[in-house]
Structure formats: structure tokens, C-alpha cells
Design a protein around this ligand. Sequence first.
Ligand code: PGA
Length: 256
Amino acid sequence: MKHFTIVGNWKMHQTPEQAVRLVARLQEKAKPRTHVTSVLCPPFVSIPAVKAEIQDDLFKLGAQNLNEKDEGAFTGEVSGAMLKELADYVIVGHSERRHYEHETDKRIAKKVAAALRNGLTPILCVGEKLSDKQDGHTRRVVVDQLQGGLSQITGAEIGKVIVAYEPVWAIGTGESAAPDQVEPVVNVIRQTIEEMFGEAASGSLEILYGGSVSPDNVKAYLVIEHINGLLVGGASLNFEQFTAIMDTAASISDGR
Ligand code: PGA
């Protein structure tokens, strides 16, 4: 039986009131999905409201970012030490933070370490830009981001990390990557983890795909052998679409 992790990244959408309404709708339609872990990642300010609304452990909570320090004079920042009271997961190194906030692999590595130090599961995002893909540099970019982002952790900690492969050109564009483009990159990720942390770590690593996932294409990704779930942006804001994605994951998982 394959287990899937389906993560909804709400980005800078959903005020606390809107978030409560969205969760209520998601729960109205929810049925037990035994082999699926569904994770909601609201903006920081909406996390407490969502936490209060979640019933019967139907959803886990995640944040979209964290600071690499646990506390201090860092105006406007939020730490893993704060998030751990509210959430179980945290997205680290999303391409929107790499590009708009100029996050480097070095800083991302510190954030991954901060997440683990605080008992949060980091979801490390890696992926190439369109120009990297056109220049044939996908492999190099993904390997560099993995080696950089995971440079501060030990072999004992890699088992608590999730990696999300998100080709930047597929994010929010409606232009999802074809499954036969995703599979070789997923293999590169496993191979890199094997080189860094050994075969057992590579075999048990959870790898998600993200980038314009929708109810129409979800199945094609989940049947890829080495994919363990999805990181969903736009479609996670629509309760019918996100429900359909979680239900498809549950049915594929049951059929395996
Ligand atoms: P998208 O976003 O599903 O809207 O393409 C994915 C992501 O940014 O995680």
C-alpha cells in the first residue's frame, strides 16, 4: 500500500476568516483517506484559525517559511521555535522565495536545519527555471540545490526531510511538466540523496511533485513509481479541486 502526502500551499491567500471557511468546506467533503496525509500551509496569520477549525485530525498543518534563527531581533520574521506550537511541516526554499526574496542555498540549508531542530518536517523545494531547462542544466541545478540545501544536516536527520521537485516554469502557469519529464529528475534526486546519505536514506526519501497540479493531471503524477505525493498551489485554494486531488490519491493508494 503506497502512502501519499498531499500538501496545499496557499501562498499569500486566505485571511483568517476566509481560511476558516475554506477548511470548513474541505471538511464537509472529507472522508477517511487512510493512506493519505493531507497538509494545509496557510499564511502565518491564518495558521491558528485553521488549527482551531481542523476536526478529527483530517488535516496536518504546515507553514510556508521560517527564519533560520530560533529567536532574536529580526523584525517581521517567524521562527521554527514559534511554529512548532502550531504546525508539523514547513516549506523551505520555495522558488518564489528563492527568486523574489533572494534566498540562497546557504540560507535555505540553515532553514532546513532550523526546522529539524524544532521538530518540524521541512519540505525542501528544488527545481529549474525555464532558461535552465532550455540550456540543458536541469540536472545540475537540482543537484546543486540538494547539495546546498541539505549541507547542514546529518544522516540521521535526512529521514525527516521531504523533497519537492517543482520546475519553476510549471508553477502557477497551467503548464504542468509531463510525467515523463518528471520521472528522470525524481531519479536524479534519489541518486543524489544516495550519494550524500546512502542507499537506505534514498530509498525511504519522500519526493513530491509540484507545478500546476490539477484534478485532471493528478493521476499521471501519482502513478510515477518514485513519487510520494504532491505540492499543490492554485488548486489547493478551491475546495472542490483539492478534495478531488486528495480523493484521487486515496483511490490510487487503495489500489496498490
Ligand atoms: P501551482 O503552485 O500548483 O499553483 O503551480 C505550486 C507551488 O508553488 O507549490
